[in-house]
Design a protein around this ligand. Structure first.
Ligand code: SF4
Length: 352
């Protein structure tokens, strides 16, 4: 990879000092808080993370309080942030750190990388920001900036990652590796954006091969974004003032969260038929009748899900699986971690 590295790090960090966004996790050196922010920021925007970060630190101010909490409380605090595996990993790792590392986040990258949720990015980010370890981070913003700097063509799909990491290792600021990493990510977020990069405002413009060749808009090659559309049905089943909810399996999408019974409609299946089949499979009951209530659209990972909720009457009362299926008053459903799509349906029912 070739780009002009003269004063590169100085120019970058100087720009960062003058332009960085005022974010709460940038004002702390507490490894726990940095870790929480880094995990929340994966696949989630800064604006979405801010209220969650503040609320989380009130509920779980340190590693020990997180380790002590029941998983359901952790998932509830995470509700709405998506990619719930992150919350499960935070909880599992907090317990391991308390049990095996006296409650202190380990300094050794090999030890940290062995804990749940610590992939190469999180390990490098937390250690460089909290402990000033010379470890470069590589995530979407950094990848895009580096591809443009060296005019590397192709999609930003990781094909150049080995070369980029090798180059970052040569370039990273040895005295301020945390600031260097944050500066590169911030530049990608604010200036070297995926669309319409602001090259005239860029502190490293004179090092940039893509800018010199006028190729900044075609590097990286645009991604084809296709999310999978899924139609799903949910049965709203009442017994007096209580509603039937059930817990999802411990693995897979939205693991361990609570929701109304139902599931995906099969190809060619009507929604009503899918509802009857799902209720029969999950609860062993026959549907008497169903009245359509509302449709809610929501995105989970690569899925775009249209949830169709029906008020259902059953021919017989279901025999519930203890612990996994419950009758719960509407106002109490909020005590359970539920996916955002189901939360919209609860909101609808509350205001009906
Ligand atoms: Fe990105 Fe433009 Fe700066 Fe190059 S000059 S790094 S393309 S913002």
């Amino acid at each position: 990879m070739v780009f002009d590295k003269k004063n590169f790090s100085d120019r970058l960090i100087h720009w960062y000092e003058g332009h960085k966004r005022n974010l709460p996790w940038r004002k702390t050196k507490d490894p726990y808080k940095i870790w929480i922010s880094e995990v929340m920021l994966q696949q989630t925007t800064v604006q979405a993370v801010l209220p969650y970060y503040r609320a989380w630190l009130k509920i779980f101010p340190d590693i020990r309080s997180l380790a002590r909490a029941p998983l359901q409380r952790v998932l509830k605090a995470w509700q709405g942030l998506g990619y719930y595996g992150r919350a499960r990993n935070l909880h599992a790792t907090a317990k391991m750190i308390v049990e095996n590392h006296r409650g202190k986040l380990p300094h050794d990258p090999d030890v940290l990388a062995g804990l749940p949720g610590f992939g190469p990015y999180t390990t490098a980010a937390v250690l460089s920001l909290a402990y000033q370890k010379v470890l470069p981070v590589l995530e979407a913003n950094v990848r895009r900036v580096m591809m443009r700097l060296a005019a590397l063509h192709g999609k930003a799909d990781g094909r150049h990652d080995k070369a980029i990491l090798a180059e970052l290792l040569k370039t990273i600021d040895r005295k301020s590796p945390g600031d260097f990493n944050q500066a590169l990510m911030e530049l990608g977020a604010l200036v070297c954006r995926a669309r319409n990069p602001q090259c005239l405002l860029c502190p490293i413009q004179t090092s940039c091969a893509a800018y010199a060749r006028g190729e900044q808009d075609v590097i990286p090659a645009p991604k084809s974004r296709r999310s999978q559309k899924v139609k799903a049905v949910l049965g709203i089943i009442r017994k007096g003032a209580k509603y039937l909810i059930q817990q999802r399996p411990e693995t897979g999408l939205l693991a361990g969260l609570w929701e109304f019974p139902g599931g995906k409609a099969k190809r060619g299946e009507t929604l009503e038929r899918a509802l009857a089949r799902e209720l029969n499979e999950e609860l062993g009951v026959e549907l008497h009748d169903a009245k359509f209530l509302l449709k809610v659209e929501h995105c989970y990972t690569q899925y775009r899900i249209a949830l169709h909720a029906y008020a259902c009457r059953l021919k017989t009362e279901p025999a519930l699986e203890p612990g996994r299926q419950k009758w719960v008053a509407l106002r109490d459903i909020h005590k359970y971690p539920i996916p955002s799509g189901s939360a919209k349906i609860v909101h609808f029912l509350e205001n009906k």
